[in-house]
Design a protein around this ligand. Structure first.
Ligand SMILES: [Fe+2]
Length: 322
C-alpha cells in the first residue's frame, strides 16, 4: 500500500523519510502530491507549500508559539482541502511542538445525539483576514455524513460547549523525527500541536485534494455520480445524488444555485420522457432561471452558458446533455 492508499484507507499516514533541507523538502513534497492529486493554494496569493515556523509578528496561528488546539485546516473554505501533509524539516529540540491528531469518529463518539444534530446544522463560518480569497464568510454544516467534519473554534460565532469538551480528550501525540511526513484526511481527522519551545522548529505544510476534487464539503463523489447518471438518462437517480449535496450547501452560493438548477433540469427531463408538456415547460423555465441567477458561465465542467438556451428550447420527448 503506498502512502496515499494508506491515507485514504486509514485517514492518517506517518511516512518516515530522510532528513531534507527546506528547499529539497519543498520540491519533493510538491512532486509527490502532484503525482497523485492536486495542491490547494493556502491564501489569496495561492502559496502551495507553507512554512510552519515561528514568525515574529506572524498573523497565522501556525506562526505562533502557543499550543494549537485540535482543528481541521481551512474549515472556512468550501470545500475545505481534503488532505493535509506536514513534512518535518527541523524538529523542536526542546521537546515541544508535538504533533497531535484524533479521528472525528472518536470525538463524535464522545458527544450526545443532540450535539451531533447541532453540528449538522448550517451555520456561518468566518474567514480569517489572512486567508481571505474574496468571501468573508461561508455557510455550511460542521458535520456531514457519518463523520466528516470541518472545525476550528475561532471561525465560529459561538462555542459548542459539549463538542469543545469532547475535543479535550485522548489523542495521539508524537514528536516526529526530521524527514517524517504526516498525512491526514482533513475531513476525518482533527490535528493540532503542543506549545513550541524551540523557535527553530520548521515544518512544511501542503493542502491537497486526491484525484477527485469534491464540489462542496461533504461531497464524497455524489457530484460525479450525479453527472454520470444524468448522462446515462437516469434523471431521477441524478436528482437524488445532487439533492444530498444541495441539502448541505449554502443555498445562495454558486454551488447551491447550480445544484438546484441542475436538479430542476433533471426533473424537466423526467417530465419530458413522461410526456408531461406543462411540467416540462414549468420546470425547464425554473431551471434556466435558477442557473442564470448563479451568474457563472461554467461550473465544474458544466457549460451553463450552453445549457440555459437548451432549457429555453426544451420540448416534450427531448432531453438535455450536460
Ligand atoms: Fe492545521
Amino acid at each position: 500500500m503506498n502512502c496515499f492508499e494508506l491515507l485514504q484507507h486509514e485517514g492518517v499516514a506517518v511516512v518516515p523519510g530522510p532528513a531534507r533541507s527546506a528547499e529539497e523538502g519543498r520540491a519533493w513534497l510538491t512532486s509527490l502530491v502532484e503525482g497523485w492529486g492536486s495542491l490547494h493554494g493556502h491564501d489569496a496569493a495561492g502559496r502551495l507549500v507553507w512554512d510552519v515556523r515561528v514568525e515574529p509578528g506572524g498573523q497565522a496561528r501556525s506562526q505562533r508559539m502557543d499550543e494549537f488546539s485540535l482543528h481541521t485546516d481551512a474549515s472556512f473554505e468550501d470545500p475545505p482541502p481534503r488532505y493535509v501533509g506536514l513534512l518535518v524539516i527541523r524538529r523542536d529540540a526542546l521537546g515541544g511542538g508535538q504533533s497531535q491528531w484524533v479521528s472525528c469518529a472518536e470525538v463524535l463518539g464522545r458527544v450526545s445525539a443532540r450535539c451531533r444534530a447541532d453540528l449538522r446544522k448550517l451555520r456561518w463560518l468566518r474567514v480569517p483576514a489572512e486567508f481571505c480569497k474574496g468571501e468573508e464568510r461561508v455557510r455550511g454544516p460542521l458535520l456531514c455524513g457519518q463523520d466528516l467534519m470541518r472545525y476550528r473554534r475561532e471561525v465560529l460565532d459561538s462555542d459548542i460547549p459539549e463538542f469543545s469538551a469532547a475535543l479535550q480528550g485522548e489523542r495521539t501525540s508524537l514528536d516526529l523525527a526530521e524527514g517524517t511526513l504526516l498525512l491526514l484526511d482533513n475531513w476525518r481527522f482533527f490535528h493540532g500541536r503542543t506549545a513550541i519551545l524551540d523557535n527553530s522548529r520548521h515544518l512544511l505544510r501542503v493542502r491537497f485534494f486526491g484525484p477527485e476534487v469534491p464540489v462542496i464539503f461533504g461531497d464524497v463523489g455524489q457530484w460525479r455520480r450525479g453527472l454520470s447518471l444524468f448522462e446515462a438518462g437516469e434523471f431521477w437517480e441524478a436528482h437524488e445524488a445532487w439533492e444530498e449535496l444541495w441539502q448541505i450547501s449554502h443555498k445562495l452560493s454558486c454551488a447551491g444555485l447550480v445544484l438546484r438548477g441542475l436538479i430542476q433540469a433533471a426533473a424537466a427531463c423526467l417530465k419530458s420522457r413522461r410526456g408531461e408538456e406543462r411540467g416540462v415547460r414549468i420546470l425547464a423555465a425554473r431551471a434556466a432561471r435558477t442557473l442564470r441567477s448563479a451568474s457563472c458561465d461554467r461550473w465544474n465542467g458544466v457549460d451553463l452558458s450552453r445549457l440555459c438556451p437548451q432549457l429555453d428550447e426544451l420540448r416534450v420527448g427531448q432531453r438535455l446533455w450536460l
